[in-house]
Design a protein around this ligand. Structure first.
Ligand code: UDP
Ligand code: MG
Length: 320
């Protein structure tokens, strides 16, 4: 048994602009770490020169490893693949764009040495991000922690250190729709946080357009809360009660007041259209959950690997 080993897992999608700086800062951090380090880049189907740079690095330098997906599978899946490939006693998940300063890894490791299995980096500030992104993130994290039955730390991304025991627990979760930070919260163990200031992206532009952000948010809520389903029942019950009262009124009116019997088309149209709108909304909510059952049931592999460079051990790709 050698020294303690650390694995860095870094998802990469078209990050050529930031790679030189990233590699430079990573090298300075790993020098300071007391232990062996491996750095795993998971290339989520990049179409720029990231692929060439990282594959070459993994070929020539034993510290680096490279996994390339056959297409873009998404950030959360890339992180999962990296965790599957990691061999370290502790694994550090880090974004490629230097918004998560690699230097913070030293603090994460210090906490891990105190005995915590999950040490997440908690943002105290987010510099250089658009107001809309910060505002929606703020609302999202608060809404999610109210809706969810498990405790999800706020203002925490995927930047964290996880102990081997927590990684193994994570890898035993086969789900297809993955919200990585939620899954780690679900696992339990001793968890703690280290505060840090989130930097602006060092170079390049965000790989999380609004579409991907919304899908991550929907995924998080549907994975960790059944509140929308319960809300559908409450709203349905309230509308049914109102409809019952109104129905009683209409019948009584027809029985005891004869005038105005043919009126009421306006209220009929209003009520019918309101009800069909509500109905569709509820069906849509149920559909979200059914859709997820569908994608889980298909039981496809989570991702397809195109190639792998720098690994000297086999990886059982199909158990995550
Ligand atoms: N990323 C990825 N696949 C994607 C989108 C993003 O692997 O489909 C990576 C990206 O290269 C970066 C990390 O995930 O390392 C976070 O993405 P980004 O910084 O663009 O998101 P933001 O910080 O703007 O939310
Ligand atoms: Mg970023």
């Amino acid at each position: 048994m050698g020294k303690t080993a650390f694995s860095f897992v870094i998802p990469v999608y078209n990050e050529e602009a930031v790679l030189p700086l990233l590699l430079h800062r990573l090298a300075r951090v790993t020098e300071k770490i007391d232990g062996r380090c491996e750095i795993i880049f998971v290339d989520d189907g990049s179409r720029d020169s990231s692929a060439i740079v990282l594959a070459e690095l993994a070929r020539t330098n034993p510290q680096y490893r490279y996994i390339r997906f056959a297409r873009n599978f998404g950030h959360q899946i890339a992180v999962s693949a990296g965790l599957r490939a990691a061999t370290g006693d502790a694994v550090i998940i880090l974004d490629a764009d230097l918004q998560d300063p690699p230097e913070v890894a030293l603090d994460l490791i210090a906490k891990w040495r105190e005995g915590y299995e999950v040490v997440y980096a908690q943002r105290t500030k987010r510099a250089g991000e658009p107001f809309l992104k910060k505002a929606t993130a703020h609302v999202f994290y608060r809404a999610l922690s109210r809706l969810s039955t498990i405790e999800l730390p706020r203002d925490v991304g995927d930047f964290r250190l996880v102990d081997r025991a927590a990684v193994d627990a994570f890898l035993a979760m086969p789900e297809y729709n993955r919200y990585v930070r939620g899954m780690f919260a679900w696992i339990g163990f001793r968890q703690t946080s280290v505060p840090y200031e989130r930097d602006p992206r060092a170079a390049g532009s965000t790989k999380y357009p609004l579409r991907k952000m919304l899908s991550l948010a929907a995924n998080a809520i549907v994975s960790f809360s059944d509140a929308p389903l319960k809300a559908a029942i409450y709203v349905g019950a309230m509308i049914s009660a109102a409809a019952l009262a109104f129905g009683a009124y209409v019948v009584l009116r027809a029985l005891f007041w004869t005038e105005g019997l043919v009126d009421g088309w306006a209220s009929t149209v209003a009520i019918v259209s309101l009800l069909s709108g509500v109905n569709m909304l509820m069906t849509g909510i149920v559909g979200l959950y059914v859709g997820r059952i569908h994608s889980e049931v298909k039981n496809r592999p989570l991702y397809i690997v195109e190639r792998r460079v720098g690994f000297d051990h086999a990886i059982n790709e199909h158990s995550v």
